[in-house]
Design a protein around this ligand. Structure first.
Ligand SMILES: Nc1ncnc2c1ncn2[C@@H]1O[C@H](COP(=O)(O)OP(=O)(O)OP(=O)(O)O)[C@@H](O)[C@H]1O
Ligand SMILES: [Mg+2]
Length: 259
């Protein structure tokens, strides 16, 4: 399993509004790719096109291609539900199902995908997913307690466990730490670092130190002016983007001159 994503000439729209223009990029398998850029430049919008979540928004549509291991997600006959199983997503605010136990939360995606599993297999999957999310030791004695009773950082790891449980190839994370305290943030960053040995990870972050710490490659998105579409300005090895970017706009952004 080594899932590579190729984006070719992708344009993204909300109705008549052209939100993101002309994205071309390669996302390397089993690595962490970070997207940075000022608010409103289209990072979240772009991220959602990688698992066909964008079109859930009324008026949301795309032109161009997103290839996962050579297969176009937007090709004829592709079932978006299958795409979302292969490409999981973790959101900015931890969103465990409040009425469900920790265990039920981990299994929620698996059940939605209507896989029937034995209770022994379910227990095994719950343990593996929680271990994978670095949460097992903290919750193993309270699996039947509500997920909403965990701390914010634990809830976010629970959401990561839920994403892992369906055994995706790619995990998308939109500012997964922005609602967390510094200690929980470090726990998630450690986890992201471990996840890349099994998954292709793509993360949006406002925190440039975080991008520098966790990612192998970084893409900088920018907006020329309000109302204009966002664009991918440059994408490269993270150390190159932060130390010696090719574009002046990238340099200005990372050195805090705007955004
Ligand atoms: N549901 C929507 N309907 C219409 N326009 C939208 C919708 N969501 C986002 N947009 C617009 O698309 C553009 C890109 O928004 P997006 O949320 O992708 O930016 P972002 O880079 O993620 O910003 P932030 O850093 O603030 O999260 C913005 O102009 C925004 O107003
Ligand atoms: Mg966003």
């Amino acid at each position: 399993m080594s899932t590579r994503i190729d984006v070719n000439d992708l344009d993204i729209f909300y109705g008549a509004f052209h939100a993101v223009q002309g994205v071309n990029m390669v996302i390397e398998p089993k690595s962490v790719t970070a997207f940075i850029g000022p608010s409103g430049c289209g990072k979240s919008t772009f991220l959602r096109t990688l698992n066909r979540m964008h079109e859930v928004i009324p008026g949301g549509r795309v032109q161009g291609e997103v290839l996962i291991d050579g297969k176009n997600l937007y090709g004829p006959g592709v079932d978006p539900v299958n795409v979302r199983r292969e490409v999981g997503m973790v959101f900015q605010r931890p969103n465990p199902f409040p009425t469900m136990s920790i265990k039920e939360n981990v299994l929620a995606g698996v059940k939605l995908n209507s896989k029937r599993i034995s209770s022994a297999a379910a227990d095994d999957l719950v343990e593996r997913s929680l271990r994978g999310a670095n949460l097992w030791t903290e919750v193993k004695d309270r699996l039947d307690k509500p997920g909403s009773g965990l701390s914010g950082g634990q809830q976010q790891r629970l959401c990561i466990a839920r994403a892992i449980a369906v055994q995706p190839e790619v995990i998308l994370m939109d500012e997964p730490c922005s609602a967390l305290d510094p200690i929980s943030t470090l726990a998630i960053e450690d986890l992201i670092n471990e996840l890349k040995s099994d998954y292709t990870v793509v993360i949006v972050t406002h925190n440039m130190q975080q991008a520098a710490r966790v990612s192998d490659r970084t893409g900088f998105f920018n907006l020329e002016a309000t109302g204009k579409p966002g664009r991918l300005v440059e994408m490269d090895e993270t150390s190159k983007i932060f130390n010696n970017p090719a574009q002046q706009a990238t340099e200005d952004y990372i050195s805090g001159r705007f955004g």
